[in-house]
Design a protein around this ligand. Structure first.
Ligand code: URP
Ligand code: ZN
Ligand code: ZN
Length: 474
């Protein structure tokens, strides 16, 4: 009988620390050896990775899958299609959100999401919680019990009707996180500024998609980011700033980190590759680019790249939130009219996250391979309590790998993608480098254009403490 189930041979392996040549031997879904040369016949199956990079599979720490309608439109993908889409883009773990609905418990939200993922997801998955109603019952009983059960991170919002929390409530959530080992993620936009600006634009009858960027201006994001940092400092608890879009907000994080505060942050491809010029396109074309916070002026992206290079950001996540434009449940029908605040906010992007960052980061020399791996996999594994099982290539880790062809050039059309959306914001973009094979726990899910994934094979991942929380406690 063969010693190994699968061997990935002749590849160049890259982790967040190192690049080296090794054959990767896999048994029972785990990496069991890294060897110079595994003899032919020692494995049931061999993947030849000659000329390829072998990287830890991506960990998507920010995606919206299977959530109830948000702002009217319905998400295009369910757990089956979204996880296949992710796998085709080189991702092997997804952590979507279980969002508390008004008047309902967090446990109900979690059960609802499990129901949607079970039997469908091809990838391993965890859930962040979203806390909309931090009652004494939620903070005193539900949240501690859910942290214990492996839901160790949770998002709160400073804006959105029905979701936004006041500062006192956020402090209560942060305090609960401190007492029970949770990791708080914050959506930072000043709700009063947004509402005030939106009402002024409405009074002027100026509601085209481009005005989304005015209502959700940089100042609103900068102020809220600074406030979130202050709340973290007051409660002496780490905080993660999600989907940072502007260099002004980024500068707040840089300032906090330079003072030694435990503030962490992510940015997203839409802030690196899109700009305010995209949602200024005429009519419904512009509406395709509405997301919150919005892409900023051209020139902003250069600052964000510097934040990736110098460690202000720990993750580049997609914030995948894919709505169709057309048809039932699509953005047009749900909005009823072309109005910047009636169009459900969110962009598709899980399949392009790694290819965009590789092509425009690694292949241009903006970042090295180690930073790429850290930003797409290892840091998410650490900050979301999955390391070293996920996010690295090491003996004992799950065999979650992506084989990357750095020579492959792809000019994107939406038809090439695997989602149920009806557009990609990156239509016509030419990528240098592409994920050609994705392996999850030793199973090949995606190989040279063929989807082999079996729906329902993905397992729920109860997560441990965030590295940020452990560092703070030490
Ligand atoms: O526009 C966005 N980002 N939609 C998803 C919801 C969120 O705030 O992450
Ligand atoms: Zn958000
Ligand atoms: Zn989001």
């Amino acid at each position: 009988m063969a010693e190994y189930d699968l061997v990935v041979k002749n590849g160049t392996v890259a982790t967040a620390d190192d690049t080296f040549h090794a054959d990767i031997a896999i048994r029972d879904g785990r990496i069991v050896a890294l060897l110079d040369d595994v003899p032919a016949g020692a494995a049931r199956e061999v993947l030849d990775a000659t000329g390829k990079l072998v990287l830890p599979g991506g960990i998507e720490g920010h995606c919206h899958i299977g959530e109830p309608p948000f702002g009217g439109a319905e998400l295009a993908d369910d757990f089956e299609s979204a996880s296949i889409v992710a796998a085709c883009g080189g991702t092997t773990t997804i952590i979507p959100f279980a969002g508390q609905q008004e008047g309902k418990t967090l446990r109900e939200a979690v059960d609802w999401c499990h129901e949607r993922a079970r039997g469908k997801s091809v990838l391993d998955y965890g859930f962040h919680l979203m806390i909309a109603d931090p009652t004494p019952q939620v903070l005193g009983q539900e949240l501690p019990a859910l942290i214990e059960d492996g839901y160790t991170s949770f998002k709160v919002f400073m804006t959105y009707e029905g979701m936004k929390l006041e500062d006192m409530q956020i402090l209560d959530v942060v305090e609960t996180a401190q007492e029970h080992g949770g990791f708080v993620m914050i959506h930072c936009e000043n709700d009063h500024c947004i509402t005030w600006l939106a009402e002024r634009l409405e009074r002027a009858g100026d509601t085209s998609p481009a005005r989304f960027g005015i209502a959700h201006g940089e100042v609103a994001e900068r102020e809220a980011t600074h406030r979130a940092i202050s709340l973290s400092e007051v409660a002496q608890t780490p905080v993660f700033i999600v989907h940072v879009s502007s260099h002004q907000a980024m500068d707040q994080i840089a300032w906090a980190r330079s003072r030694g505060l435990p503030i962490y942050g992510e940015t997203c491809p839409q802030y690196l590759f899109l700009s305010s010029e995209d949602f200024a396109r005429p009519g419904w074309e512009g509406a395709k680019y509405i997301c919150s916070p919005p892409p900023r002026d051209p020139g902003n992206a250069d600052h964000l790249w510097r934040g990736i290079q110098n460690g202000v950001f720990q993750m580049v996540s997609s914030d995948h939130c894919a709505y169709r434009m057309e048809g039932p449940g699509g953005r047009k029908e749900a909005a009823g009219e072309l109005h910047f605040h009636k169009v459900s906010p969110g962009l598709p992007g899980i399949e392009n996250r790694l290819p965009l960052l590789f092509s425009e980061g690694v292949m241009t020399g903006r970042i090295d391979l180690q930073t790429f791996v850290a930003m797409t996999a290892t840091n998410a594994a650490k900050l979301y309590g999955l390391h070293p099982r996920k996010g690295t290539i090491a003996v004992g880790s799950d065999a979650d790998l992506v084989l990357w062809d750095p020579e492959k050039t792809v000019t994107l059309t939406h038809a090439m993608l695997h989602d149920r959306c009806d557009y990609t914001p990156y239509e016509g973009h030419t990528f240098r480098g592409w994920p050609v094979t994705t392996v999850s726990r030793g199973e090949i899910l995606w190989h040279e254009g063929e989807v082999r994934a079996r729906p329902g094979r993905g397992a729920f991942l109860p997560r441990g403490l965030s590295s940020a929380v452990r560092r703070q406690a030490a």
